[in-house]
Design a protein around this ligand. Structure first.
Ligand code: FE
Ligand code: FE
Ligand code: ZN
Length: 278
């Protein structure tokens, strides 16, 4: 089995998200550590994180996959943007410590013309400034669509970041199905080959979570436009095969499909149905 859930808004606090996901029928979720497009974080409510942790234990939730802000760019050519990104990352990881044992996923960054190697260097340098031995969060680099100057569209780029990071024990990868497809990895015709390539380049022991999306565009389009499950170019059969793939068993699958609550509930149950062999 896998764990399945979607993005939730942190608006009413941590425990409230757990209760919402339980009511949706899921057993993991993602949330933005702050407004995804802006900068602010919410005040922590005392006891709230602990309440969520006990709910997760009781309901046998899988690990959560928090998501860093889209505005965070650790390898921007703009020094102020880069400094802001580092500060966001540091504060986000500090906050994650109240929810020990979960994941923090972020977009590695866009090198904005500095070149791929410079981007990779700067991302690793930032991670080396804020990660420390004994931290209770595993940091995940998200596989990207390779749009514009994005770093992380190729598995090799993520490998190069990992190689430069000191705290490798707390570092992994989140595979986004829409992104890898858009980046040119054919998970429809050859899912085993793509996972084999992931293993050869990065190592499957670094694969901790999945963003589970269909794509509006064909393989290799480098677009990054998500679609509802089964309504895009990846399609239901291929997505089902991935959800049931033994290599991905036990991982949290997070829906980032364009849906309202009712749509997410439908997709969560769709995936649960696959698992029950329907
Ligand atoms: Fe993302
Ligand atoms: Fe994603
Ligand atoms: Zn995306």
């Amino acid at each position: 089995m896998i764990y399945i859930g979607c993005h939730l808004s942190v608006g009413d606090g941590y425990e409230a998200m757990g209760k919402t996901m339980k009511s949706f029928g899921g057993n993991t979720f993602a949330f933005f550590t702050r407004n995804p497009r802006g900068g602010k974080t919410k005040e922590l409510i005392p006891g709230d994180a602990q309440a969520l942790s006990s709910l997760m234990r009781e309901e046998k939730f899988g690990p959560l996959v928090a998501h860093g802000s889209y505005t965070m760019n650790l390898c921007s050519a703009n020094l102020q943007t880069r400094a802001n990104g580092l500060e966001m990352l540091e504060k986000d990881l500090e906050r994650m410590e109240v929810l020990p044992g979960n994941f923090y996923n972020f977009h590695p960054g866009s090198h904005t013309g500095q070149g791929m190697e410079a981007g990779i260097e700067q991302i690793a340098e930032a991670l080396n400034k804020v990660m420390y031995p004994g931290m209770h969060t595993t940091v995940l680099l998200e596989t990207m669509a390779g749009k514009g100057s994005e770093v992380g569209g190729r598995f090799e780029e993520l490998r190069e970041i990992i190689d430069r990071v000191n705290c490798q024990e707390q570092l992994g990868v989140c595979l986004d199905t829409c992104h890898v497809w858009d980046a040119g990895y054919d998970i429809v015709q050859d899912p085993d080959g793509v996972l084999q390539e992931f293993d050869d380049v990065i190592g499957l022991d670094r694969l901790f979570a999945v963003h589970f999306n269909d794509s509006k565009n064909p393989c290799g389009s480098h677009k990054d436009r998500h679609e509802k499950l089964g309504q895009g170019c990846i399609g239901e059969d291929a997505l089902k095969r991935l959800a049931l793939h033994p290599v991905l068993a036990g991982k949290p699958f997070i829906l980032e499909t364009p849906n309202d609550d009712a749509g997410y509930i439908r997709e969560i149950h769709q995936v649960l149905n696959w698992q029950q062999g329907n």
